[in-house]
Design a protein around this ligand. Structure first.
Ligand SMILES: Nc1nc2c(ncn2[C@@H]2O[C@H](COP(=O)(O)OP(=O)(O)O)[C@@H](O)[C@H]2O)c(=O)[nH]1
Ligand SMILES: [Mg+2]
Length: 235
């Protein structure tokens, strides 16, 4: 059994994973990590799953979880947590908005903490937000995150970033249900309520390297408003 499972949800990320996976493998080698990489793909038409399988011929520690339909990132990561074999579950986006080396920023706080997660807002200067669209997105997302914290009485800055490492026991104790991005907020709020030791760490958030974002920001904003309140009342 590997110590760590690195989980990469993908939808049309063939180009990105052909850069990200070798970069992660270099970090694994350099730090002598005992790790597998799990690619969870929702039947991407661009051949992402095949690209991952080809990379496994070289690296031998990659497993691909193939799902039939694009159901959302939360559903994909949730299934991958069950499929993964590691004692530590580390998930990150595949689009290279976060650097491969940064996984060590999470891992260094395990075992002291049970659940360590990256934050785009702890040090806002680390968030690349050039251009009007990126600035608007930053403001909306930051406000939405602050709201989740206040509504639920939880003291963090960023609930929505898929860059986190948790011990398997945390995953076994919580039951986030959302199929999309709100899944990540549920994870933090539920783990906090269960009394686990949580740690938020600042992470540099860069521009997507290749391809397009799948998040509809305004749509997700309304989801955070409604579901954030429901989560607060469901204790
Ligand atoms: N398996 C799977 N991955 C997804 C889905 N939606 C997004 N992703 C992946 O989740 C990560 C984050 O998505 P992205 O579009 O970059 O969201 P953004 O960073 O909020 O713009 C990327 O690696 C996507 O390929 C989905 O429905 N299924
Ligand atoms: Mg992205």
């Amino acid at each position: 059994m590997p110590e760590i499972s690195i989980i990469l949800p993908t939808y049309n990320e063939a180009k990105n994973i052909s850069e990200l996976i070798p970069a992660l493998e270099a970090v694994i080698r350099k730090n002598r990590l005992d790790a597998e990489i799990v690619v969870v793909d929702d039947n991407s038409p661009d051949g992402t799953a095949e690209t991952a399988e080809k990379l496994n011929k070289k690296f031998k520690n990659i497993r691909v979880l193939k799902r039939q339909e694009k159901e959302g990132i939360g559903a994909a990561v949730s299934e991958a947590y069950g499929f993964a074999k590691g004692k530590i579950l580390l998930s990150m986006d595949s689009d290279q908005q976060i650097a491969a080396e940064d996984i060590m920023r999470l891992l260094k706080h395990i075992p002291e903490y049970d659940f360590v997660f990256g934050s785009k807002y702890l040090k806002p200067q680390l968030y690349q937000k050039e251009g009007t669209a990126a600035k608007i997105r930053y403001i909306i997302s930051r406000a939405g995150n602050r709201y989740i914290g206040i509504a639920n009485g939880v003291p963090f800055m960023d609930y929505s970033l898929n860059f986190r490492a948790l011990k398997r026991k945390v995953w076994q104790a919580i039951s986030p249900e959302d199929k999309r991005n709100f899944f990540f907020a549920e994870m933090i709020v539920q783990a906090h309520r269960k009394g686990f030791r949580l740690k938020e760490v600042p992470i540099e958030f860069r521009k997507r390297r290749h391809g397009d974002s799948k998040t509809m920001v305004m749509n997700q904003m309304s989801v955070f408003l409604v579901k954030g309140l429901l989560l607060a009342f469901r204790r």
